[in-house]
Design a protein around this ligand. Structure first.
Ligand code: NAD
Length: 291
């Protein structure tokens, strides 16, 4: 059973990550309420379960790759699933969840002898496919050591602190990524209307001090070609920004710029399609706010 992993949440990221684990020789039992997602795993050489509880029975590890803490809480609060988990089985939440929720879940699971680790990721769809994710792990060193072999095919692990620390760092990372992206979108929109070619603006900034992942990756790959297809939903980014600003507030740091970014991204989310990509923020900045 130590070679068997339950993988719960087979969406944009989970489908690719579970496929890498299959390729690395692990036996994957996956669950997702979306039938097509389960079928995709089976086609890739994994097994599909009809419920999350069925997926976890008899496995050595459980990985979660779910939309939010609300869903993680629902999955880990399910009595059938808890009964099916062998004591000692590590549960790894790789979703971008809320650090406070993670701490509460970890102490509830600890009472049943189940270690919960947070191990959210950065690197997107490409990183998930290539196994080059940056994995930000939180939890006790010994629990992390036990799961390193199953994280290795997914990316590089950085142990950032105790339980919840991984989720905290991930939220801070995304608040920065979103703020940088919004700032770059405003700058490029202004430069374009002033008459400078947007491609030239981005190339020049990438050889200068204003560069960031927004100008180095998102503009060249998804915004300038007008494909808006980074594979990360604008709504999920907004969720992460709120996690970071709420965390800052809870520890007494006035994240004024972050709060302002949340305000602007919320307006964009309300005006754009619910399925909008994070890179659609650039379209929103250039068209809707300054018509
Ligand atoms: P997604 O919406 O594509 O996938 C989530 C999956 O969870 C869906 O397939 C959904 O059907 C499934 N799900 C919902 N409820 C479930 C339940 N009760 N049991 C099992 N499965 C359930 O999202 P995603 O882009 O794969 O992101 C997953 C997580 O990773 C999020 O927290 C996101 O913020 C984070 N993340 C995403 C990216 C990215 O580039 N897409 C990058 C880093 C981190």
């Amino acid at each position: 059973t130590m070679d068997r992993i339950a993988f719960i949440g087979l969406g944009t990221m989970g489908s690719r990550m579970s496929r890498r684990l299959v390729a690395a020789g692990f036996e994957i039992v996956g669950f997702d309420p979306v039938e097509a997602a389960r079928a995709e795993l089976v086609a890739a050489g994994g097994r599909a379960a009809v419920t999350a509880a069925e997926a976890v029975s008899g496995v050595g590890y459980v990985i979660l790759m779910l939309p939010s803490s609300r869903v993680v809480e629902a999955v880990l609060g399910d009595a059938a699933l808890l009964d099916a988990l062998k004591p000692g089985t590590p549960v790894i939440d790789m979703s971008s969840s809320e650090p406070e929720s993670t701490r509460k879940l970890a102490s509830a699971l600890a009472e049943r002898g189940i270690p919960l680790l947070d191990a959210p990721v950065s690197g997107g769809v490409k990183g998930a496919e290539a196994g080059t994710l940056t994995i930000m792990a939180g939890g006790p060193e010994d629990a992390l050591a036990a799961v390193r072999p199953i994280l290795a095919p997914l990316g590089k692990v950085r142990h950032v602190g105790e339980t919840g620390a991984g989720h905290a760092v991930k939220a801070i990372n995304n608040l920065l990524a979103a703020t940088n992206l919004l700032a770059a979108a405003e700058g490029v929109a202004a430069g374009r209307r002033f008459g400078v070619d947007p491609g030239v603006i981005v190339e020049t900034i990438n050889a200068a001090s204003g560069r960031s992942a927004a100008t180095e990756l998102k503009f060249p790959q998804n915004i300038l070609p007008e494909t808006y297809d980074s594979g990360f939903a604008l709504a999920l980014m907004l969720k992460d920004m709120r996690i970071a600003t709420e965390m800052a507030r809870s520890v007494g740091v006035p994240a004024t710029l972050g709060e302002q970014a949340v305000e602007l991204w919320s307006r964009a989310a309300a005006e754009l399609d619910p399925a909008a990509d994070q890179t659609d923020i650039a379209r929103w900045v250039d068209r809707s706010r300054n018509p």
